[in-house]
Design a protein around this ligand. Structure first.
Ligand SMILES: [Zn+2]
Length: 226
């Protein structure tokens, strides 16, 4: 092994930390720069949901894997016990949206920031902690730069994804089809942020999860949470 590797790793980590501290977004390129091993971040958007969240949590517990949940406040306000369970079982509970209605939240920076704050109040009420981590509904990919910079200027980090179960596009897909889609979009990347959805109609996602976790374990990835 190269004897300079630990020093190089420390330098890379310090660099990544500085980038984050100075308000830039936490994105896949920063992550891949900091990591020397193959990593996968499992992320679940839009929950919690009565039917699917417990199934996802059961599989994660059984497989001893931690994940990140980007939650919707409107779904969580009457299901705080599910957020509490996510938090207590060692997962990250982060902000996705309060209403998830694009026309409202993306109307202007003020609407966006107030939607984020409202979602964060629900997270704090359930877990005792505010989150500083955010995922834009639909991703940041094609949003106006002023909306993205309003979020980072307010002190939030955000994260998109680079692989997906494709469980919002593939209607009525079986668990096997979703697992196959997930592995295909991973396409052997070293640092993977995998998108999945946690919603009442996504039972197949929860059923596909174990197979996808087995794939990553077999391929030598380590599981991380934000
Ligand atoms: Zn969403």
């Amino acid at each position: 092994m190269n004897k300079n590797l630990p020093a190089l790793t420390a330098l890379m980590l310090a660099f990544a930390l500085i980038i984050t501290l100075f308000g830039n977004f936490l994105n896949q390129s920063v992550l891949s720069f900091a990591d020397c091993e193959r990593s996968v971040y499992l992320t679940f958007d839009d929950g919690p949901s009565d039917r699917v969240t417990p199934k996802i949590l059961d599989v994660l517990k059984d497989e001893k894997v931690k994940a990140t949940f980007f939650i919707v406040g409107e779904h969580a306000k009457t299901r705080k016990e599910l957020l509490k369970r996510e938090f207590e079982e060692g997962h990250t509970v982060a902000i996705h949206s309060y209403s998830h209605k694009y026309s409202n939240i993306y109307a202007n920076s003020d609407s966006l920031l107030s939607d984020i704050a409202k979602c964060n109040d629900i997270i704090c009420a359930a877990t005792g902690q505010y989150s500083s981590l955010y995922r834009f509904p639909g991703g940041s990919f094609s949003l106006p730069s002023e909306l993205v910079s309003a979020v980072t200027s307010a002190g939030y980090r955000y994260v998109d994804w680079n692989a997906s179960f494709r469980d919002s596009e593939l209607k009525n897909a079986t668990a096997d089809e979703l697992a196959e889609a997930a592995v295909k979009t991973v396409s052997n990347k070293d640092n993977v942020v995998l998108l999945a959805h946690d919603a009442t109609d996504k039972s197949a996602t929860a059923e596909a999860l174990r197979k996808v976790i087995k794939y990553f374990k077999g391929a030598g990835y380590s599981f991380k949470r934000f």
